[in-house]
Design a protein around this ligand. Structure first.
Ligand code: WTA
Length: 645
């Protein structure tokens, strides 16, 4: 075990000026611990505009089904837009959009409100009502956020599907959520090329067996696409002509806000359901406490795609509800050159940057002389999310990007948790490279051993969450049993996160990666089972096993081991074909970095594949204990074929 005490890895004290101006000080922990329900009620009343106040703070009479801020009424989009305009901040920039080809657009809060109102009127004309679902399959353009907010305004839940997912992935999500409308674009720009999106929607709907009535299409690239008569409408025809006035209704605190599908341990993605009042409360609290947001002066930039939860909470809802100005960038960090991000920071004078460790490690590889060419002095706080950040990358981020003056908040959370759960408060403590440190005020986490005993030993154990929290998932869409089984069955009345963790001698939390069959590639969650199912669906493949192998840049990389059917040759072409197949089937992010064709897979006597041993092979380590294998010579055969491939 590595020594991770403060003395060993070092701690970094925030600048005195930062501490003096910080929104939240260290005494907040005690206040929250004294009575966490009163604490959250107080935060909610301070940060959220309720149209009707709530009564009970938490109804936990039917665990694990929580209701927060019972009986309260609000409109999430009103909180993100109208209230800022009413308060006289309508001229503040809400979104600085930077397109990959260099085009840019700016929306003030008043302009964004008008756009969202037009879209809400359009969706109403298309028959969308409170309680309906709308699928959003769009790139990182302002219309994506406008669409999400328009749904929220109407009390309809959105299901955003990451633009990098395939038509099959889109199709299964549309069907599961029974979406009435799909909002998409002709395409977007990636690495200077116009990539297409609309054909995937056409393919997803081609069987004519979904509940989709209308497809609304944003013109982004101008490429030729098919428009289906009676079903497809151009955004610029429908939305641009709609009225910019829209009187919003107020909905129950527990009204569904969105469904977001995420990978689980089985092949079928889970539709994580989030509702309104609790979600908005905790997202806003994290903007205040973790990001120390000052709406009048900050320029916030979360680089995540809106297709993931980070984009939901920290591109759309958090920054807009907080009323801050933000940056939204469409493209990749190396287009047209490797300094693109830093050019954007300089151009818009970003003050807070929130990114994934994979990106930081990539920039490290490209060399510090690239960011050094730009003026990054506007930055005052940095954030990290999605996977553990290794101390070396942390220090580089701190020194090269943060000029040794910006605290770094390493934020641990999940699609399921909705908002930050474990992160240092930058004005309240020194930060420690590689550790997310402690849970935010009002949140109770623990690290337990396999039997649920606390504390777990020095080697670590499983991360659990002891008390309900406002932005917790309310369930898995249409699958209450899976919700109970996945998160609440391992330990009684305690949320099981699926992450391994340990506390160091200072009590700070370090993450050890997932303990289930979920991989984390570049901060994106992928299921081993889902990729295995895709591989075995290919006619060449008889059996497949997939592991997430440690990778210097992406954290983990997908490595597949397959047994091919008779007659298929073990060649580089076969492996390439299988990699392509997964990329096409699920999406480019799921494409294995390597596929090894082997003659056997390591199985226990009961037939369970021992992925742990394959991981050893993929990570070029000596293979661990294989005594429970049905046939222990199998590992030699596998190692031989891998050496040859
Ligand atoms: C991992 C992304 C270590 C973790 C917000 C979690 C992290 C999964 C961190 C959720 C972090 C996220 N340090 N690990 N700061 N942040 N993770 O649902 O394994 O895409 O369970 O949410 O990412 O991924 P998800």
């Amino acid at each position: 075990m590595t020594d991770s005490t403060a003395e060993h890895v070092g701690v970094y004290a925030p600048p005195a000026e930062f501490v003096a101006g910080a929104n939240v000080k260290a005494d907040e922990y005690e206040r929250a611990d004294a009575d966490y329900l009163s604490f959250w009620a107080e935060q909610s009343r301070e940060l959220v505009d309720w149209n009707e106040d709530f009564g009970e703070v938490l109804d936990w009479s039917n665990p694990p089904f929580a209701q927060w801020f019972v009986g309260g009424k609000l409109n999430v989009a009103y909180n993100c837009l109208d209230r800022h305009v009413i308060a006289g901040n309508g001229d503040r920039v809400a979104i600085n959009f930077e397109g990959e080809p260099g085009d840019s657009r700016t929306f003030t809060y008043a302009q964004l409100l008008a756009e969202v109102s037009k879209t809400a009127n359009t969706l109403t004309d298309l028959g969308v009502r409170a309680g309906d679902r709308v699928a959003i399959y769009l790139p990182m353009i302002p219309e994506t956020m406008i669409s999400m907010l328009a749904c929220a305004r109407l009390g309809a839940a959105h299901s955003v599907v990451f633009g990098g997912f395939s038509s099959d992935a889109l199709r299964s999500r549309i069907i599961d959520a029974e979406a009435r409308v799909v909002i998409t674009a002709d395409g977007s720009y990636r690495r200077t090329k116009a990539t297409s999106l609309k054909p995937a929607v056409d393919a997803a709907l081609s069987h004519g067996d979904t509940s989709v009535e209308t497809v609304l299409v944003v013109r982004r690239t101008g490429q030729d696409i098919d428009m289906v008569d009676g079903r497809d409408q151009w955004w610029h025809d429908a939305v641009e002509t709609a009225s910019p006035e829209h009187e919003c209704e107020f909905f129950d605190s527990e009204n569904p806000l969105f469904i977001l599908y995420t990978s689980g341990t089985t092949g079928k993605p889970k539709g994580i359901l989030h509702t309104s009042g609790g979600y908005l409360t905790q997202v806003l609290y994290s903007m205040k406490a973790v990001f120390d947001i000052k709406p009048e002066s900050d320029v916030f930039w979360c680089t995540a795609d809106v297709g993931w939860v980070t984009g939901h909470s920290y591109v759309t809802y958090g920054p807009l509800a907080a009323g801050v100005s933000q940056i939204v960038y469409e493209g990749t960090p190396d287009t047209p050159h490797q300094g693109r991000w830093w050019e954007i920071v300089e151009k818009y004078k970003a003050t807070i940057l929130y990114a994934a460790p994979t990106a930081i490690r990539t920039f490290m590889k490209w060399g510090e002389e690239i960011p050094e060419k730009y003026d990054l002095s506007s930055l005052r706080l940095l954030g990290s999310v999605g996977e553990p950040i290794n101390p070396e990358a942390w220090r580089w981020y701190h020194r090269v990007i943060g000029g040794e003056r910006c605290p770094i908040v390493d934020t641990w959370w999940q699609t399921e948790t909705g908002a930050h759960m474990i992160a240092p408060l930058p004005g309240a403590m020194s930060t420690k490279p590689g550790s997310s440190q402690r849970s935010i005020p009002g949140i109770s986490v623990d690290v337990v051993d396999d039997e649920g005993n606390s504390p777990a030993g020095p080697e670590g154990g499983l991360l659990v969450i002891r008390q309900p929290w406002p932005s917790m998932l309310r369930g898995i869409w249409k699958d209450p049993e899976r919700f109970k089984e996945t998160y609440w069955s391992r330990f009684e009345d305690t949320y099981f996160a699926g992450d391994g963790a340990r506390r160091d001698e200072d009590g700070d939390i370090w993450f050890l990666g997932r303990v289930d069959d979920v991989m984390n590639v570049s901060g994106h969650r992928l299921s081993t089972t889902e990729i295995e199912s895709s591989l075995v669906a290919h006619p060449y493949v008889a059996e497949a096993a997939v592991v997430g192998a440690a990778d210097e840049t992406s954290g983990q990389a997908v490595v597949g081991f397959v047994i091919v059917v008779d007659g298929v040759e073990n060649t580089a072409e076969t492996a390439a074909e299988l990699r392509q197949h997964v990329g096409k089937d699920i999406g480019p992010i799921a494409k294995p970095k390597q596929v090894h064709i082997v003659s056997e897979l390591p199985k226990t006597r009961s037939g369970k594949i021992m992925r742990r041993l394959l991981k050893d092979v993929a990570e070029h380590r000596e293979v661990g204990d294989s005594s429970t294998l049905a046939d222990s010579s199998v590992m030699d055969l596998i190692e031989e074929s891998v050496a040859k491939s």
